[in-house]
Design a protein around this ligand. Structure first.
Ligand code: KG4
Length: 339
């Protein structure tokens, strides 16, 4: 008999639902929340309210597009954390109500593990491009920059992580001071494509091991702007392409240096990237360069699976289902939790 999982994701500002049958994605519906754009960042109270408005139509649409009846569902997987508590509560409560009414089990999913397992989403039954274990995954988003040693679907070890800002946060904060709007990462990426990556030099961290730090780079970027704006008030406008290209180049160098070091020390050549920042074209190119230069077998997610989506929750739920790994009905969300 088929295993059909409904995944629900509501950890931040995307309400998403997806149906996966025997590991193959049947639907993945995402409602993003434009309401935050005016505020330059996600406003938690508004995010919770928008999830309340979106959750029923999004789940109904995911079930409809999958061409199934909800009575066919085997289990409901939901993001339990980490994330914004009010946002997580909407998805968790909805999952409980639906699971109870259908008499099926619930599966809790760690959002970070789900980003890693996004590489196992099959868009059709012939899709066989999944990573082999063990592999390294660079997880880079607005809240995380981690190097994860992935030993199996459920056994993951964080071997390096940021000690301050995340890579996406560095992009967003630097973009904000240039007046580029929120989220800044995609805009920096677009402008960087038109600029000179060697035009400016920003300081790089010297942190031992595989950990990252981006706060020094952010400060170095801010000081450059402050000093140059004194000489020319139009400095940002005249140089934004070069500023973005140099910033992006430095962030990618920092990320790849540690990843290369980890791959070499652990003798691993199967390397993946995940999370919102994995949409960055410079980072994708750096992965391709490393594949050519160091013989890495690389795994880069499709754009649809880089940002928050429920297909990654459903696929994680699918593997937990095969393991009989269910959670009790009194499961409450966690705002902070590691892999
Ligand atoms: O994984 P994600 O959607 O959300 C969480 O943080 O959980 O990641 C969002 C982050 C933001 O910081 C955004 O600026 C960044 O991903 N991002 C990018 C690009 N697209 C999204 N950063 C650089 N280049 C991009 N193309």
């Amino acid at each position: 008999m088929s295993v059909i999982i409904l995944g629900i994701e509501s950890s931040c500002d995307d309400t998403s639902a997806s149906v996966i049958r025997d590991g193959v994605m049947l639907s993945n519906v995402i409602a993003s929340q434009a309401v935050h754009e005016a505020y330059g960042g996600v406003v938690p109270e508004l995010a919770s309210r928008a999830h309340q408005q979106n959750i029923i139509p999004v789940v109904a649409e995911a079930v409809k597009r999958a061409g199934i009846d909800k009575s066919e569902l085997s289990a409901i997987a939901f993001t339990r954390g980490p994330g914004l508590l009010g946002s997580l509560l909407v998805g968790t409560s909805f999952a409980k109500g639906l699971a109870a009414s259908l008499g099926i089990p619930m599966i809790e999913v760690n959002h970070l593990q789900a980003h890693v397992l996004a590489h196992f989403i099959k868009e059709d039954a012939t899709d066989a491009n999944q990573p082999d274990f063990p592999f390294l995954c660079l997880l880079v988003s607005g809240g995380n920059s981690q190097i994860i040693l992935v030993k199996s679907y459920k056994d993951m070890e964080v071997i390096g992580q940021t000690i301050d800002d995340a890579a996406g946060e560095a992009f967003d904060k630097c973009a904000k001071v240039m007046g580029l709007g929120y989220p800044g990462g995609p805009v920096v990426n677009r402008l960087a494509n038109e600029g000179n990556a060697k035009a400016f030099t920003f300081s790089k961290p010297h942190i031992p091991g595989y950990d990252y730090s981006f706060s020094g780079l952010k400060t170095s970027f801010l000081y450059t702007l402050r000093d140059r704006l004194k000489e020319d008030p139009d400095f940002i406008e005249k140089n934004k392409q070069d500023l973005c290209a140099s910033l992006q180049f430095t962030v990618i160098e920092v990320l790849m240096d540690k990843l290369r070091k980890a791959a070499k020390a652990l003798h691993i050549s199967e390397v993946a990237v995940a999370g919102g920042v994995s949409a960055n074209s410079g980072l994708r190119d750096a992965f391709r360069d490393h594949a050519a230069k160091y013989g890495w077998k690389i795994h880069i997610p499709k754009f649809a699976f880089t940002t928050d989506n429920a297909a990654m929750v459903a696929i994680t739920g699918y593997y937990k289902y095969l393991d009989n790994d269910f959670c009790p009905m009194d499961a409450a969300p966690f705002s902070r939790v590691t892999i």
